[in-house]
Ligand binder design. Structure first.
Ligand code: NDP
Ligand SMILES: O=C1O[C@H](COP(=O)(O)O)[C@@H](O)[C@H](O)[C@H]1O
Length: 509
């Protein structure tokens, strides 16, 4: 891999500590960092190099999925790190930074390839980009790249303005917009699975599929991010980006290759084929919720409006469920149900594809028969499961659902940030959000934001520790479906649909 300097704005912040340093460390352990690699951390705090490295070491202890296998490895890793005090608005700090980068490049005999990672509040992006351009930091002979974090705007208009500002200093090819869901290994496998499995290819259409369910449920509340979250809510925080990216990755149809252009083109086609949701229909197709007091994993937790930092009486949504339709030859008529929320019963990101029941109408339907389900467990555990009907052991006529599929969890699975940082270092932006996708996503959700702002959609309560408001169950029930793997909705359903989801169900087999 080409030599490069990683210039990290926001090096003293939460994201750097929890995600970026652990990801870099695991890449280092896997030999996936360039030989000549240097990281310069930036922030206003008056840290020395030693304080910086001590903080990184602490972050690795708390958040890295793996430990160093020998004592020298950690020191070798940390020797690449330098710290500089920089206030983003102070022009002279960029000159000091330029000198430090050049010094490091010379010391390592490295080409002037520079990756700028903006792990700071979006309000600072424009100032930083302007100063990178004006200071000459971005004019060296090597390549320059920009990684930016979400949120990318807060509505369609602000996203467009924001993109126009970034484009003054960086080309689209140089901009790497992080959506960490695209870095999750199982999400990256979705296209390969389709490409390489004729069984899936044959069934991947409205002849066989009844509906698709995409869930990202979290047990955490707003934690320390109340200031940000109370102005964002579930639509901006999760739905416009992560959830729609999952939809694009799943519904992209049979790319002929995994090339950057092909993947992007297919994702764009999905968004362009999504049936628009006029503002007057939002109330019918979208459920909006907010958690109240409840119990999560045996511990009582307060409702959203009692969380520290949340405005009293806030009507911000912490849950959204929506029904979407893709109007193309493969997916026409298949409802896609998407939901995400905080303080729900379990932490799980999962896609369930429910197949039609061909013998439903016939007399041949057996007791206990359940629909075939294809389940992609994305996180925190990984796995692909297929629920089939098979003969039971006790009686010839019984049908027993069996789940088949591999599962992985724990330290073996690379973190999303590892995959994404590795890709950015080698210049592959396949799993980053292109501007077209971002713009189309904002366009699709804009009527939802407008309807919420105009108070056209009721805000339903749900107790913390549940699977969301009852209205989200009704969204499916009126089409004759239900959310799979929810305890409440699965009461009385055939095993193995338990609250703990597919993995536990599998482990009892
Ligand atoms: N934390 C998370 O889980 C997630 C965060 N993000 C995004 O990542 C970005 C960073 O978030 P997070 O780490 O949580 O934020 P923090 O508030 O924890 O950190 C902000 C960082 O910005 C630096 N900073 C602030 N003002 C200035 C300034 N004027 N000049 C130079 N540096 C400055 C701070 O350094 P100092 O105080 O030393 O000046 C600090 O390092 C945001 O865009 C956020 O939306 C996205 C997804 C998840
Ligand atoms: O981007 C975000 O994602 C996290 C959830 O990510 P996951 O990988 O743990 O599923 C969410 O908690 C946060 O609010 C949001 O900003």
């Amino acid at each position: 891999m080409e030599a490069s300097t990683f210039v990290l704005f926001g090096a003293t912040g939460d994201l750097a500590k929890r995600k970026i340093y652990p990801a870099l460390f695991n890449l280092f352990l896997d030999g996936k960092l360039p030989q000549a690699f240097s990281l310069i951390g930036l922030g206003r705090r008056e840290w020395s190099d030693d304080t910086f490295r001590a903080n990184i070491e602490q972050s690795l202890r708390s958040f890295s999925r793996r430990e160093a296998d020998d004592s020298g490895a950690l020191n070798r890793f940390l020797s690449a790190f330098r710290y500089q005090v920089l206030d983003v608005g102070r022009k002279e700090d960029y000159q000091t930074l330029l000198r430090l980068i050049e010094q490091r490049e010379q010391a390592l005999g490295a080409a002037p390839n520079r990756l700028f990672y903006l792990s700071v509040a979006p309000e600072l992006f424009e100032t930083i980009c302007t100063n990178i351009q004006e200071s000459g930091l971005g004019s060296a002979k090597g390549w320059k790249r920009l990684i930016i974090e979400k949120p990318f705007g807060r509505d369609l208009e602000s996203a467009r303005q924001f993109n126009a500002q970034l484009s003054k200093a960086f080309t689209e090819e140089e901009i790497f917009r992080i959506d960490h869901y695209l870095g999750k290994p199982m999400v990256q496998k979705l296209e390969v699975l389709q490409q390489t499995n004729p069984v899936l290819q044959a069934a991947w259409n409205n002849r066989y599929i009844a509906n698709v369910q995409i869930t990202a449920s979290e047990t955490v509340g707003v934690e320390e991010r109340a200031g940000y979250y109370d102005k964002s809510g579930a639509v901006r925080d999760m739905f416009q980006n992560h959830m729609l990216q999952l939809l694009m990755m799943l519904a992209s149809h049979l790319p002929s290759s995994n090339s950057l252009e092909q993947v992007r083109q297919n994702k764009k086609l999905v968004m362009e084929s999504l049936e628009p949701l006029p503002v007057e229909n939002v109330g019918v197709n979208v459920v909006r919720g907010q958690y109240t007091n409840g119990v999560i994993q045996g511990k009582p937790v307060v409702g959203y409006t009692s969380e520290p930092g949340i405005a009293p009486g806030s009507a911000n949504e912490t849950f959204i469920a929506a029904k979407l339709q893709i109007d193309d030859v493969f997916w026409r008529g298949i409802p896609f149900y998407i939901r995400t929320g905080k303080r729900m019963k379990e932490k799980s990101t999962r896609i369930v594809i429910e197949f039609k029941e061909p013998i439903k109408q016939s007399a041949a339907k057996k007791d206990g028969q359940v629909p075939n389900l294809l389940v992609f467990e994305i996180s925190p555990n990984e796995g692909i499961y297929l629920q089939l009907n098979s003969g039971g052991v006790s009686h010839k006529q019984d049908l027993t659902p069996v789940l088949i599929g591999p599962g992985q969890s724990g330290n073996a699975v690379p973190e999303a940030y590892e995959n994404l940082i590795f890709d950015a270092l080698r210049g592959d932006s396949t799993y980053f959000a292109h501007w077209d996708e971002v713009e189309l996503s904002w366009k699709w959700v804009q009527p939802i934001l407008d309807a919420f702002a105009a108070g056209r959609v009721p805000l339903h309560d749900y107790p913390a520790g549940s699977f969301g408001p009852e209205a989200a169950n009704e969204l499916l029930a009126k089409d004759g479906y239900r959310w799979w793997f929810d305890e409440e909705t699965d009461a009385g359903a055939a095993e193995p649909s338990t609250a703990n989801g597919v993995r536990e169900a599998l482990s009892v087999k």
